[in-house]
Every structure is written in C-alpha cells, then in structure tokens.
Ligand binder design. Sequence first.
Ligand SMILES: [Zn+2]
Length: 302
Amino acid sequence: MKTDFEAYYASLRRQALRQMEARQRECSALDPAFDALQAKRSRAFSMPAQGAKLTLSTVRLEEEALLKRYGLPKDYLQPLYRCPLCQDTGYVGSPLKRKCACRLKLEQQDRAEAGRINERETFEAFREDIYPDQASKQNGLKIMAFCQKYADSLPAPKIPQLYIYGLAGRGKSFMGNAIAARAIQRGIDTLRLTAYRMTEEVMAGFSANSSPLPRFVQVPLLVLDDLGTEAMIPNVTAETLFAIADQRSAGRLPTVYISNLTPDELTERYGERIASRITDGAITRTIRYSGNSLRTSKGDGR
Ligand SMILES: [Zn+2]
C-alpha cells in the first residue's frame, strides 16, 4: 500500500528528459547550427578537464544566443524539472542530503490518504471467533463472502453499490475497510472516509477555495462510512451527499455506503431524493447486519 517515492521521482525525471529531447528535435529541425553545437558539446567530454569546461561554457553561450535569435527562452534545451530545487530527485544538499520540501509535502499527503485505510482490518485478518453465537456468525460470514466477491470484481462489479447497515458493533466498518484495502491492493484508486469527515473536508474546501467534491464524485471506489452520524450542516451535508449519490449512481461508480440507519430511517433523515439514489434496487445491494454485537468490544465500536 505504500507509495514508492523513488519510482515516482524517477518517472518525473524521465518525463523531463523526454520533453527536453522533443525540444531538441524541434530546434534541430529549425536550424542545423543547433546540431553543430550539440556535436561540439559531445566532443568536449573526451577532452581534458580544463579544456572541456571552457568548451562547454562557450557552447552554452553560443546556444543561448542562437535560442534568443529564434525567440526561445535560454533554458529551452535544458531539462525542465517540476521542482527546480531538487531537480526531481526528492533530495537537496551535498554532500549531506536531506529531503526536499516537495518530497516532505508528498509524504505528508500520502500519510493522510493512507491513514484512511486501516491495514489491520482486511479480509486476510478476519477472524471467525469474534461472533458471539451461531446465527450472528452465519450472517457475518455470508456478508463477508459477498463483500469479498464485490471487492475482487472491482472496478466493474455487476452491482455497483452496496448499502451496508445494522446496529453498532457488528463489523460494518471492518467490512468497508476490508473492501477498500483489497481494492487498493488491486491497484484501484480508492477513497474511504466517514460522512463526518466528508462534511469537514467540504467545509475546509470553502476557505481553501478548493473543493474536494470532484474527487468524492469521481474516485473509482468510494467507501462512505458512518452515514447518519454527521452533523446536518445547512447547505453542506445534504447537498454534498446528493451530488455524490446522484453522480455516482448515474455513472454506476462503485460506492459502498455504511450506516446505522435502516433504509426507512435513511429516507427520513435525508429525504427521498437522496435515499432513493443510495438504495436504488437496480444498482444497489442492500446488506443488513443482523445478530449480536461482536466480541471485539475493544475496537471502534462500529
Ligand atoms: Zn524538490
């Protein structure tokens, strides 16, 4: 599940080089003098150090003059890195290297994303001995088998939406997390968050002038947990949920809703317009956790 930062930076550098090579080809078509300078530069590498240095700086000046003649910026034939500080290596400083600001920011974002998936709550980590009785166990295992099949059929399951509900402490959140974790393992971009967090992020987006809504609406798998426990903030909660439910159901995008509310209670809280999209029988499998509370009372209680 961990992001490979080295590979990421390597791909940025490759991209910078590819784009530079394209500009080189463009210049060489423009004027053969560019090629001549390039040849001169290549020869410099077989010269003794002092002479090489002099030649390279002369070539550089001539090249800048030539670029100027064509109205091109003087760094046009240099690789243009996304981060000029570290030249897309992720590190700055010599000989003692330290992480560049761009990399620290990236790692921070990565932690925030990964923090939404609990790596201990997976299908692999599921234990059957948490059920207090046979009936609960039967119900739980059936749901588990279905959810696992759903996760393995992503990104295009036959039934795109799940509405999982039941009382607290039955393992609903565990199941939502397990689906998200499996999806991520399988390389599917996934977002798992609580409805509380959803409204928080929308509110934060107002002040930062960057709405998280496009991501909520478009991410290939959305797992929305704890639906019904968030505050009903006027003009935010219901509007956000409607945008998500409307666009995701219309696009048949895989979405897992998890709630303590029965479908009737869902309608009561959010209204028909929203609830019908979340529990639409044509695209949604509604799953009820019956049975008694699990033995793992130490957990998050959900
Ligand atoms: Zn950097």
